[in-house]
Design a protein around this ligand. Structure first.
Ligand code: ZN
Ligand code: ZN
Length: 363
């Protein structure tokens, strides 16, 4: 009788924890409790899972502000977002799902909510917002440029420097410089541009720093997770990282569950500095989101085609060998970024069930 009762409880616990609402509660609670920090951005969006059309959902205006922030929803004439799940919100969701390469359902399903909650770059996904967002869809290619396709023309050698003032204390300067050097080298391997480090921050073409909150460029950072970084289109050269993140150069040493891979984010932001906007290809470096402890540093063909459309190819770049190495990356890791996202997702999804079953069977 008692063992049967254990199986019975386990079965229902599995059902209960696999139920999506529970999943996201577990996802957010687990992330927060593991780090003793319940204050990271967008954790509250989990409660909108499966909210239905036509309903008023308390706090939905925050989700609308999020979609407006990244280019999917224009500010309404009355200047205030409502809490209703209306037609315009459905259109914005569909646009978001298309642009992020998700299943296009027009619903707040688990894939969409997980994507919305995922930490990401602060740059807009649809660069130009006119009166109607539908005019800005770029559906024919997956990589994208900023409006007017700006690119660097002042020189084929660009200098970059790290801010001596706006930095973080827990990583050494040489650790950060090494990561930044590697990130630039990935881009210079495919286009005829060189990047050299300079010690003169103010006069460098590309200026990199860690900034906190409102730092004077109109694009405030938001604390742990949420927005990770942003950069400016050519030939501005500013590349800003959110100083509130727990930046990691080595996940063997950095154990925080909310740690963010510095190299992945710097590589992505350099893409913006060079003139690329966000791609809809999940595996691409220029895809806008990156899960905590996720790593995505290798350029994909979508990134390469995008940046080469702006600058041409590096004479030493061999497309055939690039495609072969990309194929081997795919074969070895599935799709690297999504597998790492999925690994995190499924950990939070199934960990409570497995742990509960362990208790029932062995205690
Ligand atoms: Zn970005
Ligand atoms: Zn900034």
């Amino acid at each position: 009788m008692f063992p049967f009762f254990r199986y019975y409880l386990c079965f229902f616990y599995l059902l209960y924890s696999v139920f999506p609402a529970r999943t996201f509660a577990d996802f957010t609670a687990a992330t927060a409790s593991l780090d003793g920090d319940n204050n990271y951005a967008w954790r509250n969006f989990a409660r909108f899972l499966d909210a239905g059309k036509g309903r008023e959902v308390n706090g939905m205006s925050e989700l609308k502000k999020y979609l407006n922030r990244f280019g999917y929803l224009p500010i309404p004439p009355e200047n205030n977002f409502s809490d209703s799940f209306d037609d315009q919100f459905v259109s914005a969701l569909i646009l978001y799902q298309k642009r992020l390469g998700l299943s296009v359902t027009g619903k707040l399903d688990s894939e969409t909510i997980a994507s919305i909650m995922s930490p990401r770059c602060g740059m807009s996904d649809l660069i130009k917002i006119n009166h109607s967002v539908s005019t800005t869809i770029r559906s024919t290619r997956r990589y994208a440029f900023f409006n007017g396709q700006p690119r660097w023309i002042r020189s084929s050698t660009l200098t970059y420097a790290l801010s001596p003032d706006y930095t973080i204390e827990y990583l050494t300067s040489s650790e950060i410089r090494k990561v930044v050097r590697r990130s630039f080298s990935r881009w210079s391997a495919v286009i005829p541009l060189n990047f050299t480090e300079s010690s003169d921050y103010e006069s460098s073409d590309i200026r990199i720093g860690f900034f906190r909150g409102d730092h004077g460029d109109g694009e405030s950072f938001d604390g742990v997770l949420g927005i990770l970084a942003h950069a400016f289109s050519p030939e501005n050269g500013r590349l800003h990282l959110d100083a509130a993140e727990r930046w990691a150069v080595d996940f063997e040493k950095e154990k925080s569950k909310v740690a963010v891979d510095l190299e992945s984010v710097v590589t992505h932001e350099i893409g913006h500095v060079l003139g690329l906007a966000h791609s809809a290809v999940k595996e691409a470096v220029m895809y806008p989101s990156l899960s905590p402890r996720g790593k995505k540093v290798d350029l994909r063909i979508d990134d390469v085609e995008g940046v080469q459309a702006l600058y041409g190819s590096n004479p030493n770049f061999k497309l055939k060998s690039f495609l072969e190495s990309e194929k081997s990356i795919n074969n070895n890791s599935g799709s690297s970024s999504s597998s790492s996202n999925n690994a995190n997702f499924f950990f939070f999804l199934f960990f409570p069930s497995i742990f509960a079953c362990f208790l029932f069977f062995f205690l």
